[in-house]
Write a protein that binds this ligand. Structure first.
Ligand code: SF4
Length: 414
């Protein structure tokens, strides 16, 4: 989401600025920030300081989620910062630049009908926002406080944008939102009733779009209608990011996730019936109140589902969140040890699953010379033929490493 927000900022400023890889020659340096964990927030100030040393003449701006929750405190801490622009206010970037010391952090701001100028680095794939904000109240998460309440972007605006991208040669789109499969819950304009499955069906009718991805779906909203569409729509890539967070129903309750371990496992059981599907997830280790038993339940879920990818982190208390006030915090050392155990288990699972990849034939979108992504989101190294760029080709896997696959072309490309 932050990558797309950065592209929106670049698009909005494209009449007055061009981008540079060299901070020394920049007139304007914008840091687009995340605040989902503590580390990126700490990094903001060290990064600002380092960039200021390299280029003291540049104008500095801070955007994104940390901008939303820290606001003018950023300017107090780093007085050379000229503006602060929240994650919900990206469309107001030009206004922020014009006004010295502007602090725009309105989380009720509605930009769901604003059409951003489109910029995408990769000519064959792009991200498309389908909603802003989040209505959930997960007790560990700062996002509702930085991105505001959930509003869906009108269907016709999304489809128009994707049609335009298809005309430009984009083949793969990723639909973006905090809870994509809750799409249609609320619009800020009069709108016919529509849900995420309806949206997927409409997007897949667009000529030129060959692959559809989305992130992130919420396990709570993974109803049968959605799973059926996911399984049967040939344009939908068979990779799903399905954030577990914890394998203990007790902890899921404390997190206010809205689903149980059993519900999650049942959804994964249905998903695993799809041939060659890959499931990735997020797991928080050491959430307040997590006992050894709760953690073991997480390990059991990991064993059962055998996720292809896990983003795992030690719980980090965030400001403005309920869980930060919980008294039963787990000591960092215990949480770290649990994280290592989880990661060890996952490494073993990956070694097992990697072996099973050899001999499979995957459809790969060649994104750079010699490199592409399979339908189920593996990075695949293949022939270094520039003629393959942007094509979807069949690749037979000849070697499987932990994070990448290697293969050779089996058919003429389209
Ligand atoms: S669903 Fe929960 S974790 Fe995801 S953005 Fe919303 S509050 Fe945060």
């Amino acid at each position: 989401m932050n990558v797309k927000d950065s592209e929106h900022i670049i698009g909005e400023l494209s009449e007055s600025y061009t981008t540079t890889e060299n901070p020394k020659e920049a007139d304007l340096i914008i840091l687009n920030t995340c605040s989902v964990r503590e580390k990126p927030v700490q990094k903001l100030f060290s990064e600002l300081g380092a960039l200021r040393k390299i280029n003291p003449k540049a104008k500095f701006g801070v955007c994104g989620c940390t901008a939303s929750h820290m606001g003018e405190e950023i300017i107090k801490k780093a007085p050379y910062v000229s503006f602060v622009l929240g994650a919900r206010n990206t469309s107001r970037i030009k206004e922020a630049i014009k006004k010295e010391k502007a602090v725009i952090t309105d989380i009720d701001y509605d930009e769901t009908t604003y059409v951003f100028k489109n910029v995408h680095k990769n000519p064959y794939k792009d991200f498309v926002n389908i909603m802003v904000g989040c209505d959930k109240k997960c007790t560990f998460c700062i996002v509702p406080k930085t991105r505001g309440k959930e509003i869906s972007i009108p269907l016709d605006l999304i489809l128009k944008q994707i049609e335009n991208l298809a005309k430009e040669g984009v083949k793969e789109i990723t639909l973006l939102g905090q809870n994509v499969n809750n799409y249609g819950k609320r619009f800020s304009v009069p709108h016919p009733k529509v849900d995420f499955t309806d949206l997927l069906r409409e997007v897949s009718k667009i000529e030129g779009i060959e692959r559809i991805r989305f992130t992130s779906p919420h396990p709570l909203h993974a109803d049968d209608k959605f799973l059926e569409e996911f399984a049967t729509n040939p344009k939908i890539c068979k990779h799903i990011h399905f954030p577990l967070q914890s394998g203990s129903t007790k902890i899921l309750k404390a997190m206010k996730r809205g689903y149980s371990k059993e519900w999650f496992l049942n959804r994964c059981e249905i998903l695993r019936q799809i041939p060659d599907i890959a499931i990735s997830t997020d797991i928080i280790v050491g959430f307040p109140g997590e006992s050894e038993e709760d953690f073991n339940e997480t390990l059991q879920v990991v064993e059962k589902v055998k996720f292809e990818q896990i983003f795992s982190f030690v719980y980090s208390p965030r400001p403005l969140t309920e869980a930060a006030t919980f008294e039963n915090q787990v000591p960092k050392e215990i949480a770290k040890k649990r994280l290592w155990r989880l990661q060890d288990l996952h490494t073993k699972i990956l070694e097992e699953t990697a072996k099973k990849q050899v001999g499979k034939v995957y459809k790969v979108l060649v994104e750079e010379i010699g490199m592409g992504k399979s339908d189920n989101f593996f990075t695949v190294k293949l022939d270094k033929d520039p003629n393959l760029l942007g094509k979807i080709v069949d690749v037979k896997i000849t070697k499987a490493n932990k994070h990448t696959l290697e293969g050779e072309l089996v058919k003429d490309f389209k």
